[in-house]
Each structure stands twice: as C-alpha cells, then as structure tokens.
Write a new protein. Structure first.
Length: 133
C-alpha cells in the first residue's frame, strides 16, 4: 500500500536533536534487517544501515540508540555468524547500550564493537569494509 511508515530527517545547520524521526502511529514498528550477509551491522540510523548494505553487509538501524527486546529476539533468531555494533561513541547512554548489546550478542556469535566518533554514513564504502573486517 502507499501509506508512509516512517521518515528520518536531519536539521541543517546542526542543532539538538540532530535528527527527527517520525513513525506513523498506525503502523507496526517491527522491521527486519536489510541486506544479505552472515555479518549483521547494528547502526543508529537508516542511512548508515543502507551504506552498510552497499558495502556488502546486512544491517539493522536502531532509529535511535536503543534496541528493544523484541527486536533483539528477532535478530538473534536469524542466526547471524557475527555482529558488529557501529554506534557513535558520543555519550554515556550510547556507551551503556554498546555494553548491553555486546553482552547480549556475544552469547550467540562473535561481536565486534566499533568505537566510532562519527556515523558510518560519513565513511566511504572501502573504509566501512576495512572497519568491519
């Protein structure tokens, strides 16, 4: 159908919050990872996730900085061979979530936590591949 599910926009010039995310309240917020790979990259935003798929990886955007328990269960049920957390390392709440996700995902497969100072969307595709490999 043609109903909008969500959109994400960025403010220019930058202000707080940097991004505005809108979810249509009449839709289910559950969504699947995009792309096909044995490695799943967890990102904060949709554009970073999309760039990961262009670099050859499956990706799941948080649309924020928190992964819900139902989404976590859905991801783990897909049996990925490796997880990569690619969240900005820019504030204490994100660092707490990185630690929580590392604990959760490492029970199921090897997990790499990237300590990034900028989103993956700011990297070119070969650099994303170098970071993840």
């Amino acid at each position: 159908d043609s109903d909008m599910v969500m959109y994400q926009a960025r403010y220019f010039p930058v202000r707080e919050p940097k991004y505005m995310t809108y979810w249509n309240p009449n839709t289910d917020r559950q969504y699947n990872a995009m792309g096909q790979s044995d490695t799943l990259v967890i990102t904060e935003d949709w554009i970073s996730a999309y760039k990961c798929t262009l670099a050859g990886y499956a990706a799941f955007p948080l649309a924020g900085s928190h992964l819900s328990k139902p989404s976590l269960a859905g991801i783990v049920a897909c049996h990925y061979g490796r997880y990569v957390e690619a969240l900005d390392n820019d504030n204490p709440a994100v660092r707490r979530e990185q630690r929580r996700l590392e604990r959760e995902f490492s029970m199921y497969a090897p997990t790499l936590v990237l300590k990034l100072t900028k989103d993956l969307k700011c990297f070119n595709l070969p650099d994303i591949q170098d970071l993840i490999e």
